[in-house]
Design a protein around this ligand. Structure first.
Ligand code: MG
Length: 397
């Protein structure tokens, strides 16, 4: 029996992190195929402690310094770059890093893991959106694999297994559920509330990605992610709305053949595929209910109501740090929406302003990407503060 594969899991208390541990539990049911050697979280010390005890993990990272003591008797890394410290301490060549941190916060840890010779199962799409220009050449340099966990990109990667060269591909078609606002008119969407935006019809996910799904920013981020992963220009990437979330994406070939990957909307399937790649083994997610295949619908995306994908296509064309700017503006805007400082339409406005006001530069160094990320966050927070002051003064009057 072969040695277990060592896994470092970043973001273990999030939706993808919890599903990843469920998949590992399943894959380890007969013998230990995966040994979890590191776990990283932002807060939630109690959950981290329980996970570390169950999987026998000695090294953990938690950003919240106050919570470190509650993690128990093990090596704990803390602070803003706790995940990077953890990776530096435990990663060995041939390990697998499961990157499931939300937001651009995961970029540095992913770059560190690649440099240390780890393969990466990537659920953290913001890493490629902000830092694709840094990540992709590094993979080649260190001879490691990047395995997409995002269901659409996992679908495309699976469909591409029957392709011999990039020249055979006509285009990638990424499916979108359409989110909770698919059938709403533009004015109603602009003033939608937090609870309405969090009510996703087909997927159960964390708050950030659920809001991104409602605004279609998630699809925008996924277009940029696909551009980096598969090396194709914006012109060869399309988004189509598919409310049932059964077809996870298509690859259209130059001869007219179209391959699709289907399955129930459950992240355990793409997570397991990334863990066991290039093999497939018995899964633990639900099987496809074939009756649900009877009515698969597809419709084109309404670009005027949801400008997100159009903005993302521009980001792909512009290149440089525009992905980092797009992502950072969106992260701050989503947070402001969740705090009820802006209405839903404000997310589009803030991202558009960020892209217009912050000039993109060559993304050739991590420092430049982080600088433009920080500059965008500061700019958008400034806009928000000005808006708040205006609201307060109009109430005073
Ligand atoms: Mg996705």
């Amino acid at each position: 029996m072969s040695e277990p594969r060592r896994v470092i899991l970043l973001g273990s208390t999030g939706s993808i992190g919890i599903s990843s541990l469920e998949v590992i539990r399943h894959l380890n049911r007969d013998h230990t195929r995966f040994e979890v050697v590191g776990l990283a979280v932002a807060r939630q010390a109690d959950v981290l402690r329980a996970q570390a005890v169950e999987f026998g993990v000695e090294h953990v990272a938690i950003c919240d310094e106050q919570a470190a003591e509650a993690v128990g008797d093990r090596t704990v890394y803390t602070g803003a770059n706790a995940a990077v410290q953890l990776v530096e301490a435990v990663a060995r060549p041939g390990d697998l890093l499961v990157a499931a941190i939300v937001g651009a916060a995961g970029l540095e840890a992913v770059l560190t893991a690649i440099t240390l010779g780890c393969d990466v199962a990537l659920a953290n799409k913001e890493t490629l959106v902000a830092g694709g220009a840094l990540v992709m050449p590094l993979l080649e340099e260190h001879g490691v694999q990047l395995l997409p966990v995002d269901s659409e990109h996992s679908a495309i990667a699976q469909c591409l297994r029957s392709s011999r060269s990039r020249e055979e591909i006509r285009r990638l078609v990424i499916t979108a559920s359409g989110g909770p606002f698919r059938t709403w008119d533009a004015a109603r969407i602009r003033s939608a509330g937090v609870e309405e935006a969090l009510a996703h019809p087909t997927w159960t996910m964390g708050r950030k990605i659920t809001i991104d799904s409602a605004s279609m920013m998630n699809k925008g981020l996924e277009v940029i992610e696909a551009h980096w992963l598969f090396g194709l220009p914006a012109e060869q990437i399309e988004v189509i709305v598919h409310p049932q979330s059964i077809v996870h994406s298509f690859v259209e070939y130059v001869d007219g053949s179209v391959l699709a990957q289907c399955g129930p909307p459950d992240m355990k399937t793409p997570i397991q595929y990334a863990l066991t790649w290039p093999d497939r083994v018995e899964g633990c997610g639900p099987n496809l209910d074939w009756a649900s295949m009877r009515n698969l619908e597809f419709e084109s995306l309404d670009d005027r109501t949801f400008p997100s994908v159009r903005m993302a296509m521009d980001v792909v064309r512009t290149g440089g740090t525009s992905g980092a700017i797009f992502n950072a503006a969106n992260e701050v805007a989503v947070q402001a929406f969740l705090e009820q400082r802006i209405d839903f339409g404000g997310i589009f406005d803030l991202v558009e302003r960020g892209l217009r006001e912050i000039p993109a530069r060559d993304a050739d160094r991590l420092e430049v990407v982080l600088e433009d990320d920080a500059a965008t966050r500061a700019f958008v927070r400034d806009v928000l503060d000005t808006m708040d002051r205006r609201t307060v003064s109009s109430i005073d009057r």
